[in-house]
Write a protein that binds this ligand. Structure first.
Ligand code: IVH
Length: 706
């Protein structure tokens, strides 16, 4: 193979090679910095990264005249990710004065009338609309096109979040209609619905990230993402309710303006009323308060605004709030009660969630006896003990939460809660995994009982028969649910004994509702067709955590038969074993995945599921033989360094197609190393072990000729 500058020790480089190497290192290190600091997705270990920097330093020491302008030694990491640009609000974004009691509203009404000097016969109209609990934003349109979007900030200056706002479906790129002023800045609230908030928190939990406390925090956190792609993945909404700078105000009243905004393509709140007395305002307030829970998003009160814009102008402002508006807030929904116990709930995906059992208490008109505690770290962080008096809050209108503990009220006997390490539903081990990306332990503890855990069983069965797994025609989600509920199918092997059992049963399947002679015999035929299934589908069907189709195929290729795979996974439970090392050496298998597979087979229940399947006559067929004439059939190949003519995954796929196993690290079991430019320690190890090493060109020839 040809020698590359990056293979030579720093001390042996010629002047030209050193220059070339420093250029390469500057680029490489900058790339890894970006991956690490900005994308939170490092590709190399800290040790490998340090080695790159050390090498850069060594070369620079030897040839100081070659130190580059963009040398990594001139900066530490990367400058903190650029924040957002600032936007000065030409018309300040003010706040509203608050009222809580009914009298605050009647006083507001009287104050406005007095200020405007309205005589008895003159009607005052005031609008009422919900006060959305999100964060306000200003959207600037020029010639009807969205050009600049900003957060409120301190009211005078906000952040430029244009790109993020563009990802919100409710924010039109261009306005509809003809009567659009040259410049018009729309103001309104960015918010998240309850349903979307809950889904987002589920996703957060899945990814081992802490949950958002409430939809408003979730909306704010999502809008203020440096990467608009992240914002785009968060379901934000927008209600328009006001405006800032405008070259023209096309209506004379607030209600007229709201109509115009809607006409232009904005979402405006459907609850809106023009009232002509304080009593009417209060009527609207109480109606909204009653319906609050069914809106599907958080509101924290009602906003009243004098309808005539010329009167608004006359009323003007007191300090930072308009005299023409009032926010009538809902009373805070908090209450104190006693934490009587903590239950553990097991979700469909096996996540163990602690639920607070509370002495029932009314919070904002609703009796609350349960509250979420999110996860075990949360219990620890808030030092919540059983017997404690706690403050409960209905966060917006979502699931009640425990805000804090009233420590003065802690009784002597209050004891810490010990989070179980076994699943309360099935007794399997419950574990917290390591998140490979963040290097931190997941906040969520999960049951490893998969196939036998009743909390997860139905979901697992559904997965087992799904299209890319056993793919049993006529046995979909609905049928599985029905059979599961009636106790006919509790675990995968039951599918394959269904026909036998039906023969002996008095209550025949064909007599069940929705079934008949033909559909039942079709089902049995479909089931029988799947008594033999490809090994990769079989492995995928087991629903082992982190084992998707690709990984399942990888295992099927690497281990050949089901028996060998299971045997090796059982042996790999011993981390000193050859089986564990081999598992980790498979290219594409990281520690988290390796642990998950080993944990799965360590559970007796899961092994029983497998033997029950075997007993029911289900066989996994090894994948079709690979190209046997290829020179690397049956051999273990390692790719190292950067490949220039093929991507790494392409090379890997090709090698596998040629019957080779692709490993991620060099060991005595390696037969061949393909070394591209930049190959380092793996190449050194191969040379040391006397393993055959070929260049990328030679590999291309080998791959191409096959
Ligand atoms: S009008 C001059 N209308 O409440 C005031 N504000 O406490 C213009 N808010 O910063 C605001 N819903 O974020 C208005 N229907 C609504 C609102 C609303 C929510 C928020 C807004 C503002 C805060 C003031």
């Amino acid at each position: 193979m040809s020698a590359h500058a990056n293979d030579k020790p720093a001390g042996q480089l010629t002047f030209e090679e050193a220059a070339e190497e420093l250029e390469r290192l500057a680029g490489e290190i900058a790339r890894h910095d970006k991956l690490y600091y900005q994308k939170d997705a490092p590709e190399i270990s800290d040790a490998e990264y340090d080695a790159l920097r050390r090498r850069n330093e060594e070369i620079e020491k030897r040839y100081p005249e070659l130190i580059r302008e963009d040398s990594p030694s001139k900066r530490v990491g990367i400058a903190p990710a650029e924040g957002f640009g600032k936007v000065v609000h030409k018309v300040p974004m003010l706040s509203l004065s608050n009222g809580f009691a009914d009298e605050d509203v009647t006083e507001f009404w009287a104050r406005v009338r007095r200020f405007l000097n309205l005589t008895d016969g003159v009607e005052l109209a005031v609008t009422a609309e919900p006060k959305i609990d999100g964060l306000s934003a200003a959207l600037r349109y020029e010639q009807g096109r969205f050009v600049l979007g900003a957060t409120r900030g301190d009211g005078r200056e906000g952040e430029n979040v244009t790109e993020n706002l563009k990802t919100i479906v409710d924010v039109p790129e261009t306005l509809k209609g003809r009567d659009i002023p040259d410049v018009f800045e729309v103001r309104g609230e960015v918010y998240m619905s309850h349903a979307d908030f809950e889904k987002l928190n589920e996703r957060q939990a899945e990814a081992g990230r802490p949950p958002f406390a409430n939809p408003r925090n979730a909306a704010a956190g999502s809008l203020r993402q440096l990467d608009p792609r992240v914002t785009a993945s968060r379901p934000l909404r927008f209600f328009a309710y006001a405006w800032g700078e405008a070259t023209e105000i096309p209506a004379g009243t607030h209600s007229g303006m709201i109509e115009r905004l809607q006409h232009w393509g904005f979402h405006v709140n459907p609850f809106f009323r023009v009232c002509t007395s304080a009593d009417e305002l209060l009527g609207f307030y109480h109606e909204i308060e009653e319906n609050r829970a069914s809106l599907g998003y958080d509101i924290d009160g009602v906003v009243y605004k004098v309808n005539r814009l010329d009167w608004q102008q006359r009323l003007g402002f007191v300090s930072r709030s308009p005299r023409w508006a009032l926010a009538h807030k809902f009373p805070a929904e908090k209450a104190m009660t006693v934490l009587e116990g903590i239950d553990i709930q097991v979700g469909r995906t096996g996540a163990l969630t602690p639920v607070a059992r509370l002495k029932p208490v009314t919070v904002g008109g609703v009796v609350v006896s349960n509250a979420t505690l999110h996860n075990e770290d949360e219990i620890e962080r808030k030092d919540i003990r059983i017997g404690d008096t706690v403050v409960v809050q209905r966060a917006g209108d979502v699931i009640p939460q425990i805000v804090s503990v009233v420590e003065e009220k802690r009784p002597k006997g209050a004891h810490k809660f010990h989070f179980p390490d076994r699943c309360p539903e099935c007794g399997s081990h419950a574990v917290r995994e390591m998140n490979e990306k963040t290097g931190k332990v997941d906040a969520v503890r999960r049951c490893t009982g998969g196939l036998i855990c009743p909390a997860q069983a139905m979901e697992r069965l559904r997965h087992f028969v799904s299209r890319n797994a056993f793919d049993i025609e006529g046995l979909g989600e609905k049928q599985i649910a029905g059979f599961y509920q009636d106790g006919l199918i509790a675990q995968p092997s039951d599918i394959f004994t269904l026909e036998e059992r039906d023969k002996k049963s008095l209550k025949k399947l064909k007599d069940r509702e929705g079934w008949g002679e033909t559909s039942v015999s079709n089902l049995f035929r479909a089931i029988n067709l799947r008594r033999e299934v490809d090994l990769d589908r079989f492995i995928f069907a087991l629903g082992i955590r982190h084992v998707g189709e690709t990984t399942a195929r990888l295992f099927a290729r690497s281990y050949g038969t089901l028996e060998h795979f299971v045997d090796q996974m059982e042996k790999a439970a011993d981390h000193d074993s050859e089986a564990w090392r081999e598992l980790n050496a498979i290219d594409g298998v990281g520690e988290v995945l390796a642990e998950a597979v080993v944990d799965f087979f360590a559970e007796k229940h899961n092994r029983e599921v497998l033997s029950a399947l075997r007993k029911a006559g289900v066989r996994a067929i090894p994948l079709p033989a690979q190209e046997t004439t290829s020179p690397i059939a049956g051999k273990t190949v390692v790719f190292t360094g950067s490949l220039e003519r093929m991507t790494r995954s392409e090379a890997k796929a090709r090698a596998e197609q040629m019957g080779a196993k692709v490993a991620g690290s060099v060991s005595a079991k390696t037969d061949l190393v393909v070394a591209g430019p930049g190959a380092g320690s793996k190449l050194a190890k191969a040379t040391e072990l006397g393993i055959e090493v070929i260049s990328e060109d030679e590999w291309m020839e080998m791959a191409g000729s096959q």
